[in-house]
Design a protein around this ligand. Structure first.
Ligand SMILES: C[S@@+](CC[C@H](N)C(=O)[O-])C[C@H]1O[C@@H](n2cnc3c(N)ncnc32)[C@H](O)[C@@H]1O
Length: 298
């Protein structure tokens, strides 16, 4: 187990992937390779994709043996190009594909990446540092109506109107640069003065931070594009496993799997999403919102 990120629903994912020795798998969200480590241990060969150079660097340092043995191939890329990346790397027929969506603990915990309202840092939020638009750019340049749409639609933030008004007023005075600046503005829009507890801060900020992160990284579109591409590279009997962390993502996964099944492409294995057991939820708070869905290609 590594400190980079604790994998969620590990035993469930591994059970559903039915890993076999010498078979090929794609981890479309490699992160700290928590899930991949187990696939490798069971003899699978893994193409690990991530947009984040920091994640790839971590994996290259910590999995030298498996990489030199050609058991693991870490590659920089966006899973929206999954089929292209797979073919380029000789993974054109695979037995399983995993998506563990969202950000890793490492990304959240690095203040400089700007994902966290509880860590000071620049308003960045790019998973892929090659992207040109940051959260700062969106916050300081989008019209009020577009900010409202982002907060309301991607964060399901009920106070989206007041928050977008407060942002536009604040940026007239000076640019909004940091996670702390934004957090202060959100607090003000809620009419709360003075110091707040960590619990209250999380309650006030999490929806806006989630919405901005999704917008900066175009996360929903990337998942929508990637899922149908999995069918091109999965062999018969191969499985797609997706772990999502909020209802917007989960809806996309559910609807895609229903469509695949209707189109006669295979079968939904998880009639209901699988969630973490009470022990995992106790140990790893991040697992509490996790939902796993699995589809098997015919
Ligand atoms: C939740 S973490 C994965 C953790 C990993 N399963 C583990 O156990 O260590 C999600 C990872 O997916 C990456 N990611 C998110 N969206 C991506 C995309 N569209 N393409 C490629 N990687 C992406 C993030 O940079 C992050 O490292």
């Amino acid at each position: 187990m590594n400190k980079f990120h604790t994998p969620v629903l590990l035993k469930e994912v591994i059970g559903f992937l039915q890993v076999k020795k010498g078979k090929k798998y794609i981890d479309a969200t490699l992160g700290g390779a928590g899930h991949t480590e187990e696939v490798l241990r069971l003899g699978g060969i893994v193409l690990g994709i991530d947009v984040d150079e920091d994640a790839l660097e971590f994996v290259k340092k910590n999995f030298k043996f498996q990489i030199s043995n050609s058991e693991l191939l870490p590659v920089k890329g966006n899973f929206r190009d999954l089929n292209k990346i797979a073919r380029l790397n000789n993974f054109d027929k695979v037995s399983g594909i995993l998506f563990d969506l969202g950000v890793s603990s490492f990304q959240i915990d690095s203040g400089q990446r700007g994902f966290s309202f509880s860590k000071g840092g620049p308003l960045d939020m790019r998973m892929d540092k090659d992207l040109s638009v940051t959260a700062r750019d969106l916050i300081n340049s989008l019209p009020k109506g577009e900010l409202y749409e982002i907060f309301y639609k991607l964060g399901e933030e009920h106070n989206a109107r007041a928050i977008s008004n407060s942002i536009v007023s604040a940026r007239r005075i000076s640019p909004i640069e940091t996670t702390g600046d934004l957090s202060g503005i959100i607090q003000q829009a809620y009419g709360i003065k003075g110091e707040v507890t960590d619990f209250t801060r999380a309650k006030l900020n999490k929806r806006v931070f989630q919405a901005l992160r999704i917008a900066v990284n175009d996360e929903l579109e990337a998942v929508s594009e990637a899922l149908p591409k999995c069918l091109e590279i999965l062999e018969a009997g191969g499985r797609i496993a997706v772990i999502s962390f909020h209802s917007l993502e989960d809806r996309i996964v559910k609807q895609n799997f229903i469509k695949f099944q209707k189109d006669g492409m295979g079968e939904i294995i998880t009639k209901k999403p699988v969630t973490a057991d009470t022990e995992e939820q106790r140990i790893n708070t991040r697992s509490r919102s996790a939902k796993l869905r699995v589809f098997e290609k015919k």
